[in-house]
Design a protein. Sequence first.
Length: 79
Amino acid sequence: MAKKPTQAHMSKSWSRSRPQAYKEMKKTQMKYYMDAKLIEVGVEPKAVIYRWRVNQNGTQETWTCSAYWGESKEKLEQQ
């Protein structure tokens, strides 16, 4: 029997020169979408720890939203 996942990740890329308001709007949209996907698979979004990472590469930047629950959340909290 396969072990159920206890984390999910979503990334979006755009130009680094985009206004901060655009980036914040996209961040809000990504969190909303992540919450909806978690609900679809039976994970309560309020029981999740979210972490954000921004990687810059030339004129582009990639924002990654990571959600951790269950065993992954416990490991993260112990660190």
